[in-house]
Design a protein. Sequence first.
Length: 213
Amino acid sequence: MRSEPRGCMNKTKTARCHDEQECGHKICTVCKQMKPLTEFPVYHARNNRIGYRGQCIQCHKSKRRKYYLWNKEDIIQQSTRWYLANKEKKLKRDAEWRNERKSHIKAWRKNYNKTNKEKILDYYKSKRARKRTATIEKFSTSEICERDGWICQLCHKKVNRRLKYPHPQSKTLDHIIPLSKGGEHSRINVHLAHLICNEKVRTGGIKQLRLIA
């Protein structure tokens, strides 16, 4: 029989608190550190009482991550089997979840689109390349801008970093060999250009390929 109740250690670390809720602290069973209850995962017991797990959130995440890495293939296979067996049920549940949170999802997307314009533009460039079955290399617009020294490779003038799309002088990527002509979406086939310059040459032919060291 346990002579003392479960709980965290008090400031003297010589006796356990009888009530974690009152003390507000708990010792993690993994890292052995005393932390606030807010740093422990919450679970609901069968008697409708709220409890706190023995591992802190950080240790709990680390443990789950290690388990996933060690059992990655089995987890993926198990998830695939479950999805195939419950596909209609999952699609229906996902549709209900989206319908219940339409306003929240709309607000989240609006805020994401506003704060991640560059990522969205990069995504649509890759999507356009996939539609044309072109070779796709993963990179960002900022990476190409730094490589080209923020100089438009069409008019050879400075590109203002502060200007955002759809400003005519904002940054954009131009494919040297257009995707419509069989070009690939790769670092060696793109360079920095003003949006207005890119629009002017969009209907042009194959431009001279620039070798990148």
